[in-house]
Design a protein around this ligand. Structure first.
Ligand code: GUN
Ligand code: ZN
Length: 343
């Protein structure tokens, strides 16, 4: 047993009602022989209560693990490469890079880099898009097996409007996803979760969305993740591709893809109807402010989402986002409480 002593951000399991700025300047956490934190508090009390422990001082901030609700591990090596807006960047940079993940060795190498960088940033829970190659999902989960991160991830489903090596017909991607769910969902004592991952509406036919919906109906404890209304050009394109849908979220709604356990990234250009539906359905928005800034996508009105009762989580959106560090994302996020301070 050791007592790590330093500046501590205590956490009792829920943020509700807690002072988000509470810090114990001289704190300590008790770590047992399995590496688990089993107690925390101010250092003097901890030393008195646990006298037979070795005290190890640290300069680092002692903080609970950080959670990243939206990242693409396949974009680790293209972080910081921006060309135009979202749709131009996807075509010019993202899709050519994702084609490389047909090589399982490449996927495994990038998975290692991605998880190393998550860990270095203090992230212990990450929700991830792989690519359209089933081996890219295997690479990520396999690489995470000997680590302690909680990983939620899935095969990217696309059947139109992307380069042909990245497209998979609806039935085939259903079969591939099902095999991956059976292999990885709930594995490692529940540390791994499978995410059904239709990339976004423009790369989906109704048949593909129906395949995603069938998977989710049959495996309701999986997460469903996609992108929603990130850029104005994307929203206009969705209106042309799905003329019968009332709005962007309506495309997912008609397939039963809006509910608890659904994570919609960005959700910038949304109507009051869409915000109301997200709240009523218990869906989550992944707010990715660094990505929104660099791609010029617009500003997500997080206060509006929160006021309507939508659950909002933070995402790095690597590699549109600029950083792996959720602390940096939080510093840039809308709707986060700010400490008022007079010097
Ligand atoms: N919309 C669809 N695919 C992507 C992606 O890879 N990154 C971002 N930021 N938005 C997307
Ligand atoms: Zn994304």
């Amino acid at each position: 047993m050791i007592l790590q002593r330093g500046r501590l951000r205590p956490f009792s399991g829920t943020l509700t009602g807690e002072d988000p700025f509470r810090v114990i300047e001289d704190g300590a956490v008790l770590i047992d022989d399995d590496g688990e934190v089993v107690d925390h508090g101010d250092a003097r009390t901890m030393i008195a209560v646990h006298p037979d422990t070795t005290v190890v001082p640290t300069d680092a901030l002692l903080t609970p693990g950080l959670a990243d609700a939206h990242a693409h591990y396949s974009q680790t090596r293209i972080l910081g490469t921006y060309v135009g807006g979202l749709l131009e960047w996807l075509e010019a940079v993202v899709f050519p890079e994702e084609v490389r993940f047909a090589d399982p060795a490449y996927a495994r190498a990038v998975a290692r880099e991605f998880l190393d960088r998550c860990e270095a940033a203090g992230t212990t829970d990450v929700t991830v898009y792989a690519t359209s190659h089933p081996a890219s999902v295997d690479a990520l989960f396999a690489e995470a097996q000997d680590r302690t991160l909680r990983v939620t991830a899935g095969l990217v489903m696309m059947d139109r409007n992307a380069p042909s090596p990245l497209l998979t017909a609806a039935q085939e991607v259903y079969d591939e996803s099902l095999a991956l769910i059976r292999r990885w969902h709930g594995a490692q004592d529940g540390r791994f979760t499978y995410a059904i991952t239709p990339r976004f509406a423009p790369t989906s036919t109704p048949a593909l969305l129906e395949a995603a919906a069938a998977l989710w109906r049959e495996h309701p404890t999986c997460i469903m993740q996609t992108h929603l209304a990130e850029s104005e050009a994307e929203v206009a394109w969705v209106r042309r591709l799905f003329p019968d849908a009332p709005d962007y979220l309506g495309v997912f709604e008609r397939h039963g893809l809006v509910g608890p356990g659904a994570i919609f990234a960005h959700a910038i250009h949304v109507s009051d109807r869409e915000v109301g539906l997200l709240a009523e359905a218990g869906a989550t928005v992944a707010h990715c402010p660094t990505a929104n800034r660099v791609l010029g996508s617009g500003r997500c009105d997080v206060a509006r989402l929160l006021a309507a009762g939508v659950e909002v989580r933070l995402g790095t959106d690597v590699g549109a986002g600029t950083t792996f560090d959720i602390m940096e994302v939080a510093a840039e996020a809308e709707g986060v409480p700010r400490r008022r301070r007079s010097f």
